[in-house]
Design a protein around this ligand. Sequence first.
Ligand SMILES: *Cc1c(COP(=O)(O)O)cnc(C)c1O
Length: 433
Amino acid sequence: MYAPPVEAYGRYEPITLKNINRHPSYKRLPASLRQELEVAAQVLPFRTNAYVLDELIDWKKVPDDPIFQLVFPQREMLAKEDYRLVEAALRRGDAGALKTAVWRVRRKMNPHPAGQLTHNVPMLEGRKLHGLQHKYRETVLFFPAGGQTCHAFCTYCFRWAQFVGDRELKIESSRVEDLVAYLRLHPQVSDVLITGGDPLVMKAGLLARYLRPLLKVETLTSIRLGSKSLAYWPARYVSDPDSAELLNLFEEITAAGKRLAFMAHSSHPRELETPLAKQAVRNILSSGALIRTQAPLIRRVNDSAAVWAEKWRLEVGLGMTPYYMFVERDTGPKQYFDVPLARAQRIFADAYRQVSGLARTVRGPSMSAFPGKVRIVGVAEIGGEKVFVLEFLQARNPAWVGRPFFARYDAQASWLSELQPAFGAKRFFFEEG
Ligand SMILES: *Cc1c(COP(=O)(O)O)cnc(C)c1O
């Protein structure tokens, strides 16, 4: 049933700074561009693979090609003085100085936004459960050890600190029994979101060790898998050695009465245009899983209404459900990718207007901020004041959802923390008490 009908792509092999120089298209890039990449990649994680390089990047359009921007660190992603600091240490070949410089720069880049390390860690019998996050009532996040890398890295990754080898900044767990115990004590949790990194970098057998114990938790309705693999390594569902085993595992979840939701990180329509990606979508759907799509809005990658409208149309055509458009988080090279909130809202609305109701399941643009997921509904003029109309799609306090609130209009603001309450108020309603 799952025999690969398209040309198999071969085995997954990561391409990193160590072997990128062997890639024929990369080798032809100007030396200056390659040197800049090498410097930026000391700070920001870099990893890709042959499928991404050969099937998704249009090398004639480099460096502006959106997928090139998505996977290759760029000089301008670092502040000028930081770039020079790292470049100088690299030139001198001084490993100690390089390490110190790299860490100084990384620490400035807000590696764990929205209180991820400190505020959402659940407890079990007085013990902190590292590798779990519980922020919104219905959904627990689980970060399996073994799923803390990806088939390729995104330059804008908001979990980039997971990949740079600092234990102290890492969130992961190998103890699914802790998760099960936690779920038994919290029957209000209907969803588990397995995330990372990317849990689909795990072999099917290892993933099964995490998923099977969850099937016996009656209060659990849905298991979600957060993944970029459909875009970065669709062979995972077509021609990998354990593809059939993996799809059988998906079927087993549905057969056990749980809804398997594949949360596909889908940044650009190009990712869905290859025959391999289309076949992967068909195979996942025929296992009984649902696919929902989400991505942040990123300058230079997908900051155009036409791109989003095409992406959503393509997704609906393939049987996927558009789910969220996010605002890029306040982490990593944020200034490089920034789209101001006002512009983000216009792009969302312009794209939304162009698609049929079947694609209007999508919500956004949404900021995953400390108090919750805040959607910029639109801009309005109320009593002579120009304001943003905002709402919580998810909130630390569930009572905050469904209550519009207002901020002073600011054409430059690109995050919740930069907004001021409208109408002369001192605080937003969720900041009181
Ligand atoms: C987005 C998110 C979820 C899931 O929210 P849904 O709206 O149900 O998709 C859960 N936990 C955290 C921390 C999140 O950011």
